[in-house]
Design a protein. Structure first.
Length: 206
C-alpha cells in the first residue's frame, strides 16, 4: 500500500512540476489568462497529492449501525456527533514544528484536504512578495510571484505553496484580493515582519 501511495504522489508531483513549466512559458509570453488557468490546475494536482498520503487515506471506515449496537439489545448506540464545519470556516491553518499546514475544503471530493509548506519556502515566498511590491505598486498576482521565484533559480517552489502563503496573508490582513487574480499588499514596508508574526500566530499542533 505504501509503495502504491508513493508512486501515486510521484506521478502527481511530476505532473505539477510540468504544469509549473507551462505557467512560466505562458507568463513569459504575456499569456496571463492561460497562466492563471494552468496555475489553478496545478493547485488541484497539489491538493490530490496531499490527499494521497497514508495519514489522509489510512482512516478506518466508520462502523455500521449494527456493529455499534450494544450486545443483546439489537439497538444502535448513539454517539455524540462532532459539529460539521461550514464551508465558510475554511481554510484553516495549523503548524507542526517548522511546517505550516493549510486545511481546505474540496468541492469535488466533498471533504477536507491538507497542503503543507516548510518554513524556508514560506520565507522565500514572503521575501519574493516583498521584493515585487516595490516594482508593482503594491498589487501583484500569483503568476508574478512564481516568475520571480523561477528567475531566482535557487528556489523550486510549487504553485500551491504560493497560494498557501497568500491565503494565510489574507487571513491576517497582510493582503486583500484585488479582482479575480490580483492581490493588494496592505503594508509593504512591514510585510516581512508581519509575515513572521502571522506564522507565529498560527496554532501549533502537537
Amino acid at each position: 500500500m505504501k509503495s502504491t501511495l508513493d508512486a501515486t504522489r510521484k506521478v502527481l508531483r511530476d505532473a505539477e512540476a510540468e504544469l509549473r513549466r507551462f505557467i512560466g512559458e505562458a507568463a513569459a509570453a504575456a499569456d496571463y489568462e492561460s497562466a492563471r488557468r494552468v496555475s489553478s490546475l496545478a493547485e488541484d494536482l497539489a491538493a490530490l497529492a496531499a490527499r494521497a498520503t497514508p495519514a489522509s487515506m489510512g482512516q478506518s471506515p466508520r462502523p455500521s449501525a449494527a456493529s455499534r449496537g450494544k450486545a443483546g439489545t439489537g439497538r444502535a448506540t448513539r454517539r455524540p456527533r462532532r459539529a460539521r464545519l461550514r464551508k465558510s470556516d475554511y481554510p484553516r491553518f495549523c503548524r507542526h514544528k517548522d511546517t505550516l499546514c493549510k486545511i481546505g475544503w474540496s468541492k469535488k471530493a466533498d471533504g477536507e484536504y491538507e497542503q503543507r509548506i516548510p518554513r524556508d519556502a514560506y520565507d522565500q515566498i514572503a521575501t519574493a512578495i516583498s521584493s515585487l511590491t516595490t516594482s508593482s505598486g503594491g498589487t501583484l498576482t500569483a503568476v508574478q510571484i512564481l516568475e520571480h521565484l523561477s528567475a531566482a533559480r535557487d528556489a523550486d517552489v510549487p504553485a500551491y505553496q504560493v497560494y498557501i502563503v497568500l491565503s494565510l496573508f489574507r487571513r491576517h490582513g497582510l493582503v486583500e484580493k484585488q479582482g479575480r487574480d490580483g492581490y493588494r499588499i496592505l503594508d509593504s514596508q512591514e510585510l516581512l515582519e508581519r509575515s513572521r508574526g502571522a506564522w507565529e500566530r498560527v496554532e501549533e499542533r502537537k
